[in-house]
Design a protein around this ligand. Structure first.
Ligand code: PMP
Ligand code: GLN
Length: 384
């Protein structure tokens, strides 16, 4: 194995899902829903399979899907992208992020990101021979994760090539505010750097809050590759259909790399995702309200079980501090949890370079049926 990949072992998600299977635990570790997405979307996929959509589709994605992605961007975020050249279909958001970093970073270039960060980011940055410059998110007195603006300013330097921003943010559930985004945008513009935004939880913002794509801020559309995926919004994480939108020059750079990573993606799933993106707003509203109820259910249960809970503003993850239950290290806590009570969670510290900052934090996924969450909570009550 090459040196730059040596620090990366098995992903925490594979490890924790295997642990859940081995121990028969309720798996609130890896984030995936336990219900299927919209029935009409599944029908479209089946129909496509049986009507010949089984050979290589066009490299950037089938036109109907690119049109649907552009229409969705316009409808929800008032962003205009030309489906022909400014929209690219990818193998999930993961491929889009990796291809964008490989397309934009020279070896030694620096990528500013917020930690804790989604696990593939560090590996993608390493694959490009680039260097990550994490800015640490910490829980404030108000229970929200935030960052020190001075830390962000200090992370920018002469080698900064791009900012990699995930909002709504996994694993913290933080939704970046307009003021926070304004500072990020100002720094991108003044340093002349690109932004790559991972917005896979764009439709999971709770309590009437607002998701604001960074690309909508002044000076940002022309320097941002905006990424999302069908996996979360339509509960089909196994389909791996994602997309990247941006100005023509950036999208064509990402395509240049993407064509040699996967060439093209799942032909019969593309018309199905195009169908799903065109569902009425009521679908998105119900999807969000349903997850807000699940959040409230798990937050209440974890609090009753003795955790200090950092209530997420978005995503389908909740972070809990284990200190109240005697936890001193999240990795040990999560390793023991299946034996202690038959539940699997993920230690947040694996998403930090500054391990101390996340030492006692663990992450639970709540994209599960209410009865599954109830079962998990009743098991977790055995801890105290
Ligand atoms: N980014 C974030 C922040 C995620 O939580 C996930 C997890 N699904 C992904 C990217 C991966 O998305 P996809 O499955 O579409 O590759
Ligand atoms: N995004 C999901 C999570 O954070 C899992 C994705 C994966 O297993 N790679 O749990």
């Amino acid at each position: 194995l090459v040196a730059r990949m040596q620090p990366f072992g098995t992903t925490i998600f594979a490890e924790m899902s295997a642990l859940a299977v081995r121990t028969g635990s309720v798996n609130l570790g890896q984030g995936f829903p336990d219900t299927d997405g919209p029935a009409g979307m599944l029908d479209e996929a089946a129909k496509a399979l049986h009507t010949g959509a089984n050979q290589y589709p066009p490299g950037p994605g089938i036109p109907a899907l690119r049109v649907a992605i552009a229409a969705h961007q316009n409808e929800f975020w008032s962003l205009d992208y030309d489906p022909d050249g400014e929209v690219l279909v990818t193998a999930g958001a993961t491929e889009a992020v990796t291809a964008a970093i490989l397309a934009l970073c020279e070896p030694g270039d620096e990528v500013v990101c917020f930690e804790p960060f989604y696990d593939s980011y560090a590996a993608s940055i390493a694959l490009a021979g680039a260097v990550r410059r994490p800015v640490t998110l910490r829980p404030g007195a108000d229970g929200r994760f935030g960052f020190d603006p001075g830390d962000l300013r200090a992370a920018f330097g002469p080698r900064t090539r791009l900012v990699l921003l995930n909002s709504p943010h996994n694993p913290t559930g933080k939704v970046f505010t307009r003021d926070e985004l304004r500072l990020i945008a100002e720094l991108c513009v003044s340093h002349g750097v690109y932004a790559v935004t991972d917005e896979v939880y764009e439709h999971l913002v709770f309590d009437g809050g607002e998701h604001i794509p960074l690309a909508t801020l002044p000076g940002m559309r022309e320097r941002t590759v905006q990424i999302s995926s069908a996996g979360k919004t339509f509960s089909c994480t196994g389909w791996k259909v994602g997309w990247a939108c941006g100005p023509r020059d950036l999208v064509s750079a990402v395509l240049r790399v993407k064509q040699f990573l996967t060439f093209v993606n799942a032909a019969p799933l593309q018309p199905a995702v195009a169908y799903a993106l065109s569902l009425p707003r009521s679908y998105y509203q119900e999807f969000c309200a349903d997850h807000q109820a699940k959040r409230d259910q798990l937050v209440g249960g974890l609090t009753d079980a003795g955790f200090s809970v950092l209530v997420p503003e978005g995503t389908y993850f909740v972070t809990a501090d284990t200190s109240g239950l005697g936890g001193t290290d999240g990795v040990e806590f999560c390793r023991d949890l299946p034996d202690r009570c038959g539940v699997v969670a993920v230690p947040s510290q694996v998403f930090y370079d500054d391990v101390e900052a996340g030492r006692r934090l663990i992450r639970f996924a709540f994209c599960k049926k209410p009865e599954v969450l109830d079962e998990a909570v009743s098991r977790l009550r055995r801890l105290s």
